[in-house]
Design a protein around this ligand. Sequence first.
Ligand SMILES: NC(=O)c1ccc[n+]([C@@H]2O[C@H](COP(=O)([O-])OP(=O)(O)OC[C@H]3O[C@@H](n4cnc5c(N)ncnc54)[C@H](OP(=O)(O)O)[C@@H]3O)[C@@H](O)[C@H]2O)c1
Length: 268
Amino acid sequence: MDTGDAMRIAVIGAGMIGGAVAKALSEAGHEVTATRRNIEKATWLMEYGVKLERSNVEAAKRAEVVFLAVKPNKVGKVLDEISGTIENKILISLAAGIPIALLRRKAPTAKIVRAMPNIAILVKESFTAYAAEGLDGEEIKLVEGLFSTFGKCLRIDEEHMDAITGLSGSGPAYVSVFLESMVYGGLKVGLPREIARRAALQTLLGTAKLLMETEEHPAEIRDMVITPGGTTIDGIFELEEGRIRTTVMKAIDASTKKSKILSTRLSP
Ligand SMILES: NC(=O)c1ccc[n+]([C@@H]2O[C@H](COP(=O)([O-])OP(=O)(O)OC[C@H]3O[C@@H](n4cnc5c(N)ncnc54)[C@H](OP(=O)(O)O)[C@@H]3O)[C@@H](O)[C@H]2O)c1
């Protein structure tokens, strides 16, 4: 067990992120039941001790904590279905752009958490930000115990949830594009594919670790690599000319705006 006592947990919507959540929680020793309509597509989870269930109501009824991992446009319908079974229970929604106010309206007595993890749950390195309403200190501890089985977690004000969605929720996709570009760069200069892949991945991991452990500003690390008239400055010159920073900032801005649009479209 990674955290406290084993809990009975339902994961409604065992798709990409719900499946990762169910796997992580089950591996940490919790009793996890997962649902989705095409339940046969979730059988891989049985290997990790997750029980499968067709009925959202039955899964939620048995659970102490309910994770909601369906697409944002399905949240209302699923909550209408299970709201009678989650009274006074902890409901953790992972849906992008769905505000606590909407969740509260659909499940008035539930203790509500709105969380945004990322797909790195699969390797227990997610950054999971969450906002909570109606939970006492013990319940927050319990929820953080569950999130810690995904990686790192941080409580934030709900007003920052859309921005977090645009940054760390979508982040693995942006980083993968950057990584792919590095591998392609390696191929362009003649490296064998596997060498390029290993070099790019370890460089990303090492740089992230260095920044985390030294707590240096990224510019400090950048300047540790750039030497006057050296090789790196020629590469940096190209990145700057390609407006890499503006492009990345615009990507996060666009994804945040989309999350806000979802919020307003689906809000009470
Ligand atoms: N993917 C990510 O990296 C990520 C990160 C953070 C948050 N999220 C959030 O997580 C949620 C799910 O995203 P996803 O990418 O995991 O999507 P997904 O792979 O499509 O998963 C959603 C799952 O919900 C199931 N589902 C649909 N209607 C259902 C119902 N009535 N009852 C039970 N299950 C139902 C679907 O399976 P069936 O069609 O078989 O029912 C599907 O497997 C979204 O709200 C998203 O904002 C995703």
